[in-house]
Design a protein around this ligand. Structure first.
Ligand code: PEP
Ligand code: MG
Length: 753
């Protein structure tokens, strides 16, 4: 071990010598070698050193110093670097070194009084309260894991060394009681005497975490508070999503790694288009939709697919947000993959491997791995008695409310069953994309509004009908709980056919051209006129362009249509006997006048609807805080806004000047790998930078309007570390995708403890 670990001589060089010696001696195991064999082995090992121009230092202090240096160096070996990367361990300077005397599990081999083993105080896979581990007679620590001899199950030790076994049992149970958690221990028995080498809290699966926490509470080992702190949010994630049966088993088949954008395991055949995904799903096939990036037009196919894989886009890209919303596994920003939708082929850039349409792949949205073939998947565990009991403890301890981001009654129902206390964000544009018919209506509306055509009213009325039906569904599903509806946010050209179709004219058959050919007669103009109007909507920098409340200011008729739909839906559902609490939210506000303009429009329109229906509807008007200027001037905005919801996706994008769509592939990945950033700021809030703006807006908003309701609806609402910050900064609620609601509840409880 000294030659290998300290001096870097290949372990095989030593192994070769001992294997040869055992053959010569006619024995199978190391412990069968006698003293003269060992003398021979020492000479052979010295030869190995010599052949490497090295020598084993004879001064023990020199050996010790070199050993200590080797441990310090181990901090930077690739395996350790990778481990820290996977477990997001950042900001540490190095490891500590512990020097202690050795004991020997191979002492007096053959007399049945020495051995070594590893032991968990409970089963780390199931949580069962029974010692779990293995041991090896006449062996040293490394031998147990080296697989040279098969270790025995720990229970067998009770027959071989009954007294030592009892002492071991009592000792590890004592450690568990003292540490108040399941222990992962190593021990050695030297000539009939037990030594504990190390103990630490054991790593465990989600199922085990829940069982250990609830059983330890029942046994009186921990309080309910302590039990709540014992289950990690990622454990709940595991309980709620299907997982691969054995992630280690497929290691050799992993051919790419991207961002773990939406957790869970998905297996299916490769398809490249949303249409192919939908057709395959109809035929009962399981598919993975593979795209360079997704757009709102792909939602049908995304929904039909088992999972989504993209080569571009970060944690808040369209694919990631939509997939998380549905709890569908997604790996995005997989930059090593060239996904060629036209040629229907995926090429792994680093290895040149190719995967064609129809080939089976598996994606792991929890780790970001993309794997060849159909890997076996285990179903999520259903909500057991333990889980519901545990979640009751959780809810009793949190201060933060947990709402959900939901765009459909179906999403809302899933979120409610996961414990959501309302809707914190309904992105109305997602409703526009629900069917081809709706997209057609939106496109007709955009063209008509742009051309100031009388057909605009008709197109808006059609959209209002769709929106109203959707809002009624949401209000009914959330009966009495707040429903926050955001007015239209994305730039209008996002609703038009894709960018690469723009240049060609109608006669050339581009998608935009065909759309213009179709709309022109309805609007009473030439196709070229429609086309030039629609092309003019394109912007160089659309994320900073005509979107958010700017749309409502320039196209007040869109705001009016949406408000009419909200208020009429609220009145209808109230009449059915449901309680309805709409919160109308204005997006992307930077200027006080933008908000007052929209709030006035909202209140006037609502008053008109209420008067015409003769039924009162109570509602609130608020704003998103997602532009730094909006956060800094929160004191002004609170004069008008009855609530704030922090849009931390855009607030991160605009504060850091980092594109939320494609920065991951360009440089964010590099930054994280090299420690320039500790984590992806679109996943875990940059609390000292972006968070500072949140803090300022909270203070200034409350100074103007003390009772103002404050929440957050960016993707960070489902991230445990960020939830802890939102708790500390004094927000009233977080809002996250439906399947993350339990995780946010747990994170909120842990933050409060
Ligand atoms: C945000 O910006 O954080 C937000 C919730 O809005 P969207 O992601 O729709 O831009
Ligand atoms: Mg936003």
């Amino acid at each position: 071990m000294f030659g290998d670990v300290v001096l870097g001589i290949d372990h095989d060089a030593f192994e070769h010598e001992i294997v040869q010696l055992k053959q010569r001696a006619g024995v199978k195991f190391d412990c069968e070698l006698d003293a003269s064999h060992l003398r021979e082995l020492v000479a052979a090992y010295k030869g190995v050193y010599r052949r490497h121009n090295l020598a084993l230092p004879q001064d023990p202090w020199e050996q010790l110093r070199m050993g200590i240096d080797a441990v310090f160096r181990s901090w930077n070996i690739p395996r350790a670097v990778k481990y820290r990367e996977i477990n997001k361990i950042t900001g540490l300077k190095g490891t500590a070194v512990n020097v202690q005397a050795m004991v020997y599990g191979n002492y007096n081999s053959g007399n049945g009084a020495s051995g070594t083993g590893v032991l968990f105080t409970r089963n780390p896979a199931t949580g069962e309260n029974k010692l779990y581990g293995e041991f090896l007679m006449d062996a040293q620590g490394e031998d147990v894991v080296a697989g040279i001899r098969t270790p025995l199950p720990i229970a067998d030790m009770s027959a071989i060394m009954p007294e030592i076994y009892k002492e071991l049992h009592d000792t590890v149970k004592g450690l568990e009681t003292h540490m108040k958690d399941m222990q992962d221990t190593e021990f050695t028995v030297q000539d009939g005497r037990l030594f504990m080498l190390q103990t630490r809290n054991g790593k465990r699966t989600g199922v085990a975490a829940l069982r250990v926490a609830t059983e330890m509470e029942r046994e009186g080992l921990v309080t309910a508070d302590e039990a709540v702190l014992m289950v990690e949010p990622r454990h709940l994630d595991q309980l709620l999503h299907p997982m691969f049966v054995n992630e280690k088993a497929y290691a050799k088949d992993v051919f790419a790694k991207g961002l773990a954008a939406s957790p869970g395991a998905a297996v299916g055949k490769i398809v490249f288009t949303a249409e192919a995904a939908e057709a395959a799903a109809k035929a009962g096939e399981h598919v993975i939709l593979c795209r360079t990036e997704t757009s709102p037009e792909d939602v049908g196919g995304m929904h039909a697919a088992e999972g989504i894989l993209t080569s571009r886009g970060g944690m808040t890209s369209h694919a990631a947000v939509v997939a998380r919303g549905w709890g569908k596994p997604c790996v995005c920003g997989c930059e090593d993959l060239a996904i060629d939708e036209k040629r229907q082929i995926i090429t792994v850039s680093s290895t040149g491997k190719e995967f064609k349409a129809g080939a089976y792949i598996s994606i792991n949205g929890t780790t970001g791995e993309v794997v060849k073939g159909a890997q076996p998947v285990a179903k999520p565990s259903s909500e057991s008695g333990d889980l519901s009991k545990f979640m009751k403890w959780v809810d009793a301890r949190r201060r933060l409310k947990v709402l959900t981001n939901a765009d459909t009654p179906e999403d809302a129902r899933v979120a409610l069953s996961n414990g959501a206390q309302g809707i914190g964000l309904c992105r109305t544009e997602h409703m526009f994309f629900a069917t081809a018919q709706r997209i057609a209506a939106v496109r007709r509306m955009i063209a008509a509004v742009e051309l100031h055509s009388p057909a605009a009213d008709e197109a808006l009325a059609e959209l209002q009908k769709y929106q109203q039906t959707d809002f009624e569904g949401l209000f009914r599903a959330m009966d009495g709980k707040p429903v926050t509806i955001r007015l239209l946010d994305p730039p209008l050209h996002e609703f038009l056919p894709q960018a690469d179709d723009v240049t060609a004219c109608g006669a050339c058959g581009s998608a935009l051209g065909r759309l213009c050919d179709q709309l022109a007669p309805e609007l009473g103009v030439e196709p070229g006129v429609v086309q030039s109007k629609l092309e003019a909507l394109r912007e160089t920098n659309p994320m900073l362009g005509l979107r958010g409340c700017r749309l409502g200011v320039l196209y007040p008729e869109i705001t009016r249509m949406q408000v009419r739909a909200i208020i009429e839906a609220a009145a209808n559902v109230t009449r059915e006997g449901c309680r309805v609490h709409p919160h109308i939210m204005v997006p992307l506000v930077a200027l006080e006048d933008e908000l007052t303009h929209q709030a006035k429009l909202i209140r006037e329109t609502a008053a008109e609807v209420v008067e015409s229906l003769g039924a009162p509807v109570e509602f609130k008007v608020g704003t998103m805080i997602e532009i730094p200027r909006g956060a800094l001037r929160a004191g002004d905005l609170a004069k008008t806004a009855e609530f704030f919801s922090f849009g931390t996706n855009d607030l991160t994008q605009t504060t850091m000047g980092i594109s939320r769509d494609d920065a991951q592939a360009k440089f964010l990945g590099y930054y994280i790998k090299h420690g320039i950033l500790a984590s992806d700021p679109f996943e875990t809030l940059d609390t000292v930078g972006v968070g500072e703006l949140v803090r300022i807006a909270v203070e200034r908003g409350r100074a103007t309007r003390p009772g103002i309701e404050l929440g957050i609806c960016g993707e960070h609402g489902g991230d445990p570390a960020s939830v802890a910050f939102f708790n500390d900064v004094g927000l009233d609620y977080v809002s996250c995708s439906p399947l993350r609601v339990p995780i946010a509840r747990l994170a909120a409880a842990q933050a409060a403890l």
